[in-house]
Design a protein around this ligand. Sequence first.
Ligand SMILES: [Zn+2]
Length: 201
Amino acid sequence: MRKSKDHYTCFQCKNPVLKIESKKDSIINKDGKIINKYFHDDCYNEFLNNRKEKEELDRICQYVKEEILQYKSNQRVPTHLVRRIQALKSGQEYGVSRNSKVYGNESGYSYEIILKTFKAKKFDIIRGIKDKSKFKNDTHKIDYIMVVIINNINDILERIEAKKSSDKRLNEINLDFSDEKNYKRNKINDNKVANKLRDIW
Ligand SMILES: [Zn+2]
């Protein structure tokens, strides 16, 4: 692309962006150097979103590697695990033998829900994979882990949504009873909701 005095090259779409309209951000390159990058407005949002998703995916993969597979730090995250988690997020079916159709879901699940499901089922999964002789290889073991996740993710999703709506109701109650003379009623209601919340999560 021809260099221009008034333009940068957008880091995201690689098209020219007017300097005065560009968004600037800095990234750290492979050698640890800080480099300025420029973007169109929309491209910058896309860039931030992709970066956030990558961080969330990394967090899940690290969690599974360390807490569930209990790999050492010099063992890498199996590619098969990364692909299966990405498939669960996107709702697309990833071509894995017989269970590829099990989780076909148009919109997929958020990384937040996926990570919470791994955390909730951690000990069940660890018990399930303890006997190494049950698995032909790592891929087989990961497929087993993903079956546990897929079988439980809807339940976790429902519990999280129930908690969110309880939190919302709690806020509404606080607004309703915010004036001084209803202070006592407010206390009683708070306690009722708090007790309910304890049961849910
Ligand atoms: Zn752009």
